[in-house]
Design a protein around this ligand. Structure first.
Ligand SMILES: [Zn+2]
Length: 423
């Protein structure tokens, strides 16, 4: 039996633009940033009037309204003409997305995204070429070059091939401090084999700080040493940043230094996570994890906690799309008491976080604390599997993880009350 599924993926490739091309990239980012702020401002002004009207009389400024202004804007602001038209249209699309979220939230009365924000310099880091047309391709891969409309051929490192049946959706050019990347998004109709889960090929994993993960069969996923060293460095440099005067020259310098370390950590961590999750999904039919949302075991300083949580989040995300592709299963179970209950007899054996060994007074079994937890996690997963034949397999995710959590908290760079103006 097999199943056809549409999978959305994004592959990330390193770009090596020439000095001239890099200058154009930077110029376009600034162009897009100004346009973005201009459109956001316009939407706010419009909203200020509209919000006093009863709902049924409101006419929201739309994506199309703003796109229609582009030819007129170009007449007065010549630099807009230098950027690729479709890239500017995409700016309007982004503004529309943030505003639709904002207005929907107001009407629903919650505030996850909050008010759309103006983008300050250095905080607008990508522009997007939309779906390539059949006749007039806006971007395409030619050998080891990425052709971009109005820019030309940029050197690209194609370290992984796009699947043959991939339908390309769009291409974003992204700046990460001083490196450039192309994020190519595509969809693909994949045939996924429907697998009968073999219970003997099931594993529970207890994720932790010291050892990355303990498997229910006694195996361990070791934390790579270099990653720990880098993470410590990250904590230190973050502390250095907080000591500097926000917005000052030294602060900016430290921010760049920190961003570079972040990037390195992200690379190393993703590399490690890809290897481990590939291995797991090759070896097992069913992988069971604790629900990270409820798990609150990490008692460390805040950044260290953040790093672990981000890392576990990606671990789960990578596992999720890999099991999906291979027709295997990932289950996420309630972590309640997994470290307290005896995995052998079910007795509740209370112990504090310091106690690393599980010793059961009822059945006399002695186990490593985390191994006991992993065994409980597996049992919960198997129970869930047996009780529902129609389990959801998990979400498809993108191949390259975007770390939004890591960049939060540094967004408020140089506040200004000036209205954004084009020009
Ligand atoms: Zn026991």
């Amino acid at each position: 039996m097999s199943d056809k599924k549409i999978i959305y993926r994004t592959y990330k490739y390193r770009l090596y633009p020439t000095k001239k091309q890099e200058a154009v990239f930077n110029e376009w980012l600034e162009t897009c940033r100004r346009l973005y702020n201009y459109f956001v401002q316009q939407r706010f002004e419009h909203w200020e009037i509209e919000k006093h009207l009863p709902k049924e009389y409101r006419v929201y400024k739309s994506y199309f309204d703003q796109c229609k202004q582009l030819p007129e804007l170009k007449k007065d602001n010549h630099y807009l003409k230098r950027a690729y038209a479709a890239v500017l249209v995409n700016v309007a699309k982004r503004v529309d997305k943030t505003f639709s979220d904002f207005i929907r939230e107001i009407s629903e009365g919650n505030s996850k995204y909050g008010k759309p924000k103006f983008k300050y310099r250095f905080y607008y880091n990508s522009f997007t070429y939309p779906q390539p047309g059949i006749k007039n391709q806006k971007f395409r891969i030619e050998g080891n070059r990425l052709y971009l409309g109005k820019i030309g051929h940029v050197k690209i490192i194609l370290d992984r091939k796009l699947p043959q049946e991939a339908v390309i959706k769009n291409c974003s050019i992204k700046r990460e401090v001083n490196h450039w990347y192309a994020h190519i998004s595509f969809k693909q109709i994949a045939t996924i084999p429907e697998l009968q889960v073999n219970e003997n090929k099931a594993v529970g994993i207890d994720l932790g700080i010291k050892t990355y993960g303990v498997l229910s069969d006694g195996e361990e996923i070791k934390n790579p040493k270099w990653l720990q060293v880098m993470e410590k460095k990250l904590v230190r440099e973050q502390r250095n940043l907080s000591r500097k005067k926000k917005g000052s020259k030294n602060w900016r310098k430290q921010l760049i230094k920190l961003s570079k370390i972040y990037r390195k950590v992200r690379f190393q961590r993703n590399d490690f996570l890809h290897k481990e999750t590939t291995k797991l999904t090759n070896d097992y039919d069913l992988v069971v994890l604790e629900d990270l949302q409820i798990n609150n075991l990490v008692r460390n300083n805040r950044l260290a906690k953040n790093i672990s949580e981000v890392s576990w989040g990606f671990f789960q995300k990578f596992l999720s799309y890999k099991v999906n592709e291979k027709g295997k299963k990932l289950l996420v179970v309630n972590p309640r008491n997994t470290s307290q209950i005896c995995s052998n007899c079910g007795e509740m054996v209370r112990k504090s976080l310091k106690v690393r060994i599980h010793e059961c007074p009822n059945c006399n079994i002695v186990l490593d604390r985390d191994l006991n937890a992993a065994k409980n996690i597996l049992q919960r997963g198997l129970e869930e599997l047996r009780s529902s034949i129609d389990n959801t397999v998990g979400l498809t995710g993108s191949a390259c993880g975007e770390v939004s959590k890591e960049t939060q908290g540094s967004k408020k760079f140089v506040k200004t009350t000036n209205k954004p103006k084009l020009g």
